[in-house]
Design a protein. Structure first.
Length: 296
């Protein structure tokens, strides 16, 4: 009838006590028994582990990695950290000795300059300095990066973005240096920053065209021309020495200014020719490149 069998709670309690007894630490050895306490069981174990992490440089390395994550704010932090530590290993003196080639240095420099957005000036400058040192490592000139590597880095930056190829080529013509020249850091930073601003400017122009065409894939040419004139007026206030100011000037267009320009263009109420996205981006980025100060 089950009266002599233990109840379910009693069974569970017995199993719990059995597991607890198995997991309990062994009793301390009696005094004079000749047995010693195992290493690491003392209360200073945690302190020794922390000391090991400090001496090995792991604590500083992890802190630096977390700071990089906060600076870059990537969409996939785990993948970012994996790539960061991989690049950190490749950047060690041992790895540098094994990988002295220019393709490896260019890849590492490109990774550095993409870590932080150019609006985060301190982080961007720090990463640009790291990229500059990477490209200059192993070079013949100690005073600067070789002009050929500098121009190749700029070309690779412009490859990833919405900027038209002709705009990127025109920009490179303004900020590149001769292959045999030693590029100082201020020129290096200016060229890298200008390329990133061009990519962002092109992305904003692409988004603007998406508003003008209403999702149809073709926008009224009169409206596009009116918006381009308004953009040119915003950029034509003065010549800027800081590339980021171009984005600030473009932001002055605002919804009201754009709406006014579009209304004036549509006053005729006639169906006009359309302008493609490629043509609009080409004209918009050409306005940007025309304002970039050439490298002397």
């Amino acid at each position: 009838n089950g009266r002599n069998q233990p109840s379910p709670p009693a069974t569970k309690m017995a199993a719990y006590e059995k597991r607890r007894a198995a997991a309990a630490p062994a009793a301390a050895p009696a005094a004079g028994s000749g047995l010693t306490e195992p290493a690491g069981a003392a209360s200073g174990e945690l302190g020794s582990e922390a000391e090991f992490l400090l001496q090995a440089g792991v604590t500083a390395m992890v802190r630096e990695a977390l700071l990089k994550v906060l600076e870059a704010r990537p969409e996939e932090p785990v993948s970012f950290l994996a790539d960061y530590f991989e690049r950190l290993v490749l950047g060690s003196p041992e790895a540098t000795a094994e990988l002295p080639g220019q393709p490896q240095r260019l890849a590492r420099a490109l990774w550095y300059v993409r870590l932080a957005h150019h609006s985060h000036r301190t982080a961007f400058d720090s990463n640009a300095g790291a990229a500059y040192e990477v490209l200059g490592a192993g070079g013949r000139r100690r005073s600067g990066v070789d002009g050929r590597l500098y121009s190749e880095l700029l070309r690779r930056i412009c490859q990833h973005g919405a900027a038209p190829a002709e705009a990127a080529a025109a920009l490179l013509g303004r900020v590149r240096c001769r292959d045999h020249e030693a590029v100082p850091f201020d020129v290096f930073r200016y060229g890298v920053l200008t390329c990133f601003v061009l990519l962002e400017f092109a992305a904003k122009a692409d988004a603007l065209y998406g508003v003008l065409d209403g999702g149809s894939g073709a926008a009224d040419s009169r409206v596009c021309q009116a918006v381009l004139r308004a953009l040119e007026d915003a950029l034509g206030v003065s010549h800027f020495n800081i590339p980021g100011r171009y984005l600030e000037a473009g932001s002055k267009l605002g919804p009201d200014g754009l709406a006014l320009a579009m209304d004036q263009a549509l006053q005729e109420r006639k169906i006009g020719p359309s302008m493609s996205r490629e043509e609009f981006l080409s004209k918009a980025t050409a306005l940007f490149v025309a304002k970039v100060k050439p490298v002397e």
